[in-house]
Design a protein around this ligand. Structure first.
Ligand code: ATP
Ligand code: MG
Length: 280
């Protein structure tokens, strides 16, 4: 009897701590990006602990988990955005199409065009709406002339659901738009360079439900061509738009799987607690 109680207690405890190995499907058949045994440190402090995960071609993966568990830190490792943070160091391996993105030969500027990023807080350049979009395609040599550039600008704004709102004031500063408009401008800027992967860190947290719906619609349209990783605190959003969901806890990837399975039949106790709102 005592043995049974002890076992039950152990099971209950183990369900409340990150497992040694991630539960669920970390690998996919057709990976676009692969992270292997990734550890990330800020100085002496370890923020990400041995995370392995594939992101499939044409897949939307949602990163969820309590505040401070490392979602943004891990997300930034996919386009080396952590390089810009003093004292931040990565061990392990991240690849795109089988190529190590931390290789010395990699040009980080081109990498960030292939793996674009949209931040939680909109950060338009202090330039006109037009220039915010035109800058990337121009410096990456994606267009030959002004007509083509105009086209890319219009198309990108259109796809981000912003064109009709700004078409008559393209020469005005991007910073003069409302918060939600600025965020859609940043999304338009990210897609203007035809990235292969888009990283989104809580892209809708400053948006109203209408703008959020537009962004979600855009994401499901983009997934035909791109892979998307989105960090979100909205369980409804993760459930609506993602193919797979990854649950992080204290720097570990606890569980990953088909979004429906994660939300209806989570395998790990920590995932269950979080998605049922018991903590987090
Ligand atoms: N620039 C930094 N310098 C030092 N420590 C950092 C830095 N950025 C994040 N951290 C630490 O790394 C850990 C993970 O933070 P991170 O921002 O990745 O979490 P998160 O899951 O994105 O949280 P949130 O949901 O609040 O955005 C936290 O303990 C945080 O304090
Ligand atoms: Mg974050």
């Amino acid at each position: 009897m005592a043995e049974m109680t002890r076992k039950a207690e152990e099971t209950s405890l183990s369900r409340r701590q990150p497992p040694e190995k991630t539960v669920g499907e970390i690998f996919v058949e057709n990976p676009k990006m692969t992270a292997r045994n990734v550890d990330i440190f800020y100085g002496d402090k370890q923020a990400i602990n041995n995370v392995t995960l594939d992101v499939g071609a044409g897949e939307i993966v949602a990163f969820v988990g309590p505040s401070g568990c490392g979602k943004s830190t891990f997300l930034r490792s996919f386009n080396r955005m952590n390089d810009t943070i003093e004292g931040c160091r990565l061990e392990g391996e991240v690849k795109i199409d089988g190529q190590d993105i931390y290789d010395r030969k990699i040009d980080v500027v081109s990498l960030r065009a292939r793996v674009g990023m949209v931040f939680q807080k909109p950060n338009p350049f202090p330039k006109s709406i037009y220039e915010n979009i035109a800058y990337g395609p121009r410096i990456h040599g994606l267009v030959d002339n002004k007509v083509e550039l105009d086209e890319v600008v219009e198309q990108s704004l259109e796809r981000a659901g912003l064109w009709t709102e700004v078409k008559d004031r393209l020469d005005q500063p991007g910073t003069g738009l409302s918060g939600g408009q600025q965020q859609r401008l940043c999304i338009a800027r990210a897609i203007a360079v035809s990235p292969e992967v888009i990283l989104m860190d809580e892209p809708c947290s400053a948006l109203d439900p209408i703008a959020t719906a537009k962004v979600e619609e855009l994401m499901s349209e983009l997934r035909q061509q791109y892979s998307i990783i989105i960090v979100t605190h909205s369980m409804q959003q993760a459930a609506r738009i993602s193919d797979r969901t990854a649950y992080f806890h204290l720097g570990s990837l606890v569980e990953v799987g088909d979004t429906r399975q994660i939300f209806t039949q989570p395998k790990h106790g920590l995932t269950e607690d979080y998605i049922t709102g018991r903590f987090g």
